[in-house]
Design a protein around this ligand. Structure first.
Ligand code: AMP
Length: 192
């Protein structure tokens, strides 16, 4: 069963694509954003700690995320899709230490590439449709993009050097991207 990581800025379509593949292969999609939103909604101590970071469009501290993901990976050794994790180099390094201990490894890292202007208009639309409190004003959206560029984009060369990165054009219809992802995973396609 596949083990995949989705990179890509907020609004790049990671969640949509991860959901479709997880349903197809009947494996869990582990979305750290969804897990955090559930903690916030349930007003747990972790949720209370995370909320202010999320509302500001900043990243929640690495230790919280690493602990949360570790438990899920242990419970789902058959295969998984990580959506929104890792998002920093320390998170990626923690994952590289954890997986061999569980006799698991990453098969593909998928980076969905979408131009900034497309992201901003998608997120403004999502805010209207879903009312996500962190999809705020255009300024907040641009802040999240800045955070992505500074802290998450360095994962692209990191995974490239490990030969498991696949760059995929995310500015296309959902089904086209889905088909490309299915074939690249099925063929074990050479990363580029
Ligand atoms: P998402 O739904 O993936 O866009 O995540 C929503 C928010 O949750 C992000 O803006 C961060 O505040 C937080 N978050 C989700 N995943 C992570 C992560 N791996 N590391 C740090 N913060 C995260």
């Amino acid at each position: 069963m596949p083990r995949l990581i989705f990179l890509g800025p907020p609004g790049s379509g990671k969640g949509t694509q991860a959901t479709k593949l997880a349903e197809l292969w009947n494996i869990p999609k582990i979305s750290t954003g969804d897990l955090l939103r559930a903690e916030v909604k349930a007003e747990t101590p972790l949720g209370q700690q995370a909320k202010s970071y999320m509302d500001a469009g900043d990243l929640v501290p690495d230790e919280i995320l690493i602990g949360m993901v570790k438990d899920r990976l242990e419970d789902n050794s058959e295969g998984w899709i990580l959506d929104g994790f890792p998002r920093t180099l320390p998170q990626a390094q923690a994952l590289d230490e954890l997986l061999p201990q569980m006799d698991q490894h990453i098969e593909h890292v998928i980076n969905l590439e979408v131009p900034d202007e497309v992201i901003v208009s998608r997120l403004m639309e999502r805010k209207e449709q879903q009312g996500r409190s962190d999809d705020g004003s255009e300024a907040q959206i641009r802040h999240r993009l800045d955070v992505y560029r500074e802290l998450t984009a360095p994962l692209i060369p990191y995974y490239k050097s490990k030969q498991c990165l696949n760059q995929v054009n995310g500015d296309r219809p959902v089904d086209h991207i889905h088909h490309e992802l299915r074939s690249l995973v099925n063929n074990g396609s050479a990363p580029h």
